[in-house]
Design a protein around this ligand. Structure first.
Ligand SMILES: Nc1nc2c(ncn2[C@@H]2O[C@H](COP(=O)(O)OP(=O)(O)OP(=O)(O)O)[C@@H](O)[C@H]2O)c(=O)[nH]1
Ligand SMILES: [Mg+2]
Length: 439
């Protein structure tokens, strides 16, 4: 696709930095490069030299790389200027570029958009690269890099091939039936495969919960009686003072939400108000919030002072770890039957064990790392449409074959929209506006 305008942006990170990379893409790239460094460098070879503005003033010394179309990120002529990452240096380069004819600053995601429109990458590919840039934990990076390798696109392409095959079989059957010769077994085979496909798509969509955990974090909530040492435990796990600690019961009233990285997985750790009856108005609101938060948590850490024998453990079950706190104060060894783990936020005892218990629960919630997962809600929504069409087609045997074949066509069409193979013009603004500038 030919674009009239040449776009540019700072493609590297926050300034100041050692080096800043300014990327230029479009039909005026050669002219821009010649204007700024005097001549076009050898393709794909870094050339060191002086960068000048339009009136001949020196901006900086740096590297220039030229990638002729179509072998570039966008599929257009692309130039990269690697300059010193000072704010004024970058501002001067951008100022110079914007004064050149046909050049303007790029919008969010515009380089990726051109790359997609020029067939360099499919939509899943550009989204995976954006996810790779946004990845903060090892788990996020792994998911993004796996999807950027094209396996997610390949899965959907394989589903579409199966649907095309199924439609071909059904159409053949319709032709046969005109001649009064109906090979029923062929049709049965097709519908059996559609039923299998329904299960596969359903399972794949269910995997989105795992993507959410990878991206938003494994949700861990600390609950327990006032003074059990919840805030102290949160601070000890975080290795900083995020929550106020005091010997007064009822210190924490609101939720204190924090994020930490345990073995490459994002964990959202929340401290809550101590649970007790007869609390005042504000504290009671906090206790309600604590209960509600714990109900929706992936894991509850139920904390109790090992010297406290007053209450039963109100929280139990799969999603709960029972933690005995303040073991440093205990003269006798507390019962290990009562607790999954014993800790002291003061001496640090048991914290590593607790960390690894959380880690193994979080890791188990992510399932098999090699499974292909949908990476965006957009994918899930389209796949749900496909699923619905397939379920209708497979379940209603009284429906005329033409209409059931049309359901299959519809399903194949929406699956094609996920990777951008068909009819996605309407999706592009939303998708690329979520990207950063310079990407
Ligand atoms: N010796 C000892 N003291 C602890 C330990 N953990 C907490 N404490 C003390 O116990 C008291 C209460 O600790 P917090 O962490 O504020 O307890 P909490 O459960 O958050 O209490 P609320 O916010 O009131 O519900 C403070 O005086 C802490 O210093 C521990 O492991 N060992
Ligand atoms: Mg507290």
């Amino acid at each position: 696709m030919q674009f009239d305008q040449t776009i540019f942006a700072l493609s590297s990170g926050h300034l100041p930095s050692g080096v800043a990379v300014i990327r230029v893409s479009g039909p005026h790239c050669r002219f821009v490069t010649e204007t700024i460094i005097g001549a076009l460098p050898t393709s794909r070879q870094a050339q060191y030299g002086v960068l000048k503005d339009t009136s001949g003033g020196i901006i900086d010394h740096g590297l220039t790389l030229f990638f002729p179309a179509p072998a570039s990120f966008t599929g257009e002529d692309v130039t990269e200027f690697h300059v010193h990452g000072g704010r004024a240096v970058v501002a001067a380069v951008l100022q110079c570029l914007s004064s050149l004819p046909g050049c303007r600053h790029a919008e969010a995601g515009e380089f990726s958009r051109r790359s997609f429109l020029n067939g360099k990458m499919d939509l899943l590919g550009v989204e995976a690269v954006a996810d790779l840039i946004a990845a903060e934990t090892e788990a996020e990076r792994r998911l993004a890099v796996q999807n950027s390798s094209g396996i997610q696109a390949e899965l959907y392409a394989a589903w579409r091939r199966r649907l095309i095959h199924a439609r071909a079989m059904i159409e053949a059957e319709m032709d046969f039936s005109d001649e009064g010769d109906i090979p029923g077994s062929v049709s049965d085979m097709v519908w059996r495969d559609i039923e299998t496909l329904v299960v596969e798509i359903y399972d794949h969509i269910a995997g989105f919960r795992r993507t959410e955990i990878i991206r938003d974090g494994f949700d861990v909530v600390i609950v327990g009686a006032p003074n059990a040492g919840k805030s102290s435990l949160l601070n000890a796990l975080l290795e900083r003072d995020a929550a106020i600690v005091a010997d007064e019961p009822g210190t924490t009233r609101d939720l204190v939400e924090t994020v930490l990285d345990i073995d490459g997985i994002k964990v959202r750790l929340t401290d809550t108000a101590g649970l007790r009856d007869g609390a005042g108005k504000v504290e009671s609101i906090g206790i309600d919030r604590a209960r509600r938060r714990a109900e929706h948590a992936d894991l509850v850490l139920y904390l109790r002072d090992v010297a406290d024998f007053s209450d039963l453990l109100p929280y139990s079950g799969e999603g709960v770890l029972r933690i005995g706190s303040k073991v440093d104060l205990s003269e006798t060894q507390p019962s290990t039957i009562m607790y999954d783990c014993l800790v002291s936020s003061v001496s640090g005892e048991g914290l590593e064990t607790l960390r690894s218990l959380i880690s193994s629960r979080a890791s188990a919630s992510l399932g098999n790392r090699s499974d292909i997962l949908p990476s965006r809600l957009r994918h899930v929504e389209l796949l749900q449409q496909a699923l619905k069409a397939l379920q209708t087609a497979a379940s209603d045997e009284t429906k005329p074959l033409e209409l059931r074949a049309e359901d299959l066509r519809q399903a194949s069409h929406v699956i094609g929209r996920v990777s951008g193979e068909v009819d996605v013009e309407d999706l592009l603004d939303v998708i690329f506006s979520q990207f950063c500038v310079g990407k």
